[in-house]
Design a protein around this ligand. Structure first.
Ligand SMILES: [Zn+2]
Length: 206
């Protein structure tokens, strides 16, 4: 599934980076769409190319303080949990060439200026995140990051109800939280037709 996403050719474009120009890549999609998988794939390739890589994720709760990012398929990459954009910026080594950020939707709005600043310093910035919340509303600051990014990848899941391309994260439990952190069992990938912008009962497994 994820190999279908392997159209990204930023590694090739990296050759153009000799003049010190950085850029921003944003990977967005619903839950289960392979965002983190694609982020980890790009980070691993950068490491193979012997680039200096730093990876961050928001520190939301204890479960999220584990120092790695993981995809639903089990692929993992080390990462540093941070509470704020400011904290992340203080931790960035001037020698770092690639900055990876997962769960971008949980960062404060300062992440937008920070991404610009890092790219302006010649770094490749790769940010993955949910583009919509469970009601289907754009999930800030991802829309702002999409606007300033040079390169955008939209990942899709498969609707568990009908098998169409899924663009929505359907919540299957009652909750007022904008996102139930780390609770992937409380969501399903749904297409536009099957998505209900509030909680819905889980699709029975046959
Ligand atoms: Zn559907």
């Amino acid at each position: 599934m994820v190999e279908e996403l392997a159209f990204d050719n930023t590694e090739e474009r990296r050759k153009d980076r000799q003049n010190g120009t950085g850029w921003i890549e944003v990977i967005v999609g619903s839950m289960f769409s392979g965002k983190s998988e694609e982020l980890i794939r790009r980070l691993n390739r950068a490491r193979i190319a012997r680039q200096r890589v730093q990876v961050f994720k928001p520190k939301i709760d204890a479960r999220y303080s584990i120092e790695e990012i993981a995809s639903h398929s089990g692929r993992k990459h080390g990462s540093k949990p941070v509470t704020t954009t400011k904290e992340m910026m203080e931790l960035i080594d001037p020698e770092t060439q690639v900055v990876g950020i997962d769960e971008g939707q949980f960062f404060d709005s300062d992440i937008v200026a920070a991404a610009n600043e890092l790219a302006g310093k010649g770094k490749r910035v790769i940010i993955a995140g949910l583009d919509q919340d469970y009601t289907g509303k754009p999930f800030e600051p991802m829309p702002q990051l999409l606007s300033i990014a040079e390169f955008i990848t939209k990942t899709h899941a498969i609707c568990v109800k009908c098998g169409n391309t899924a663009n929505y994260s359907q919540r299957t439990v009652e909750s007022d939280e904008r996102v139930e952190v780390g609770a992937s069992d409380k969501y399903e990938a749904r297409c536009r037709q099957c998505f209900i912008p509030h909680s819905d009962s889980p699709t029975p497994v046959e």
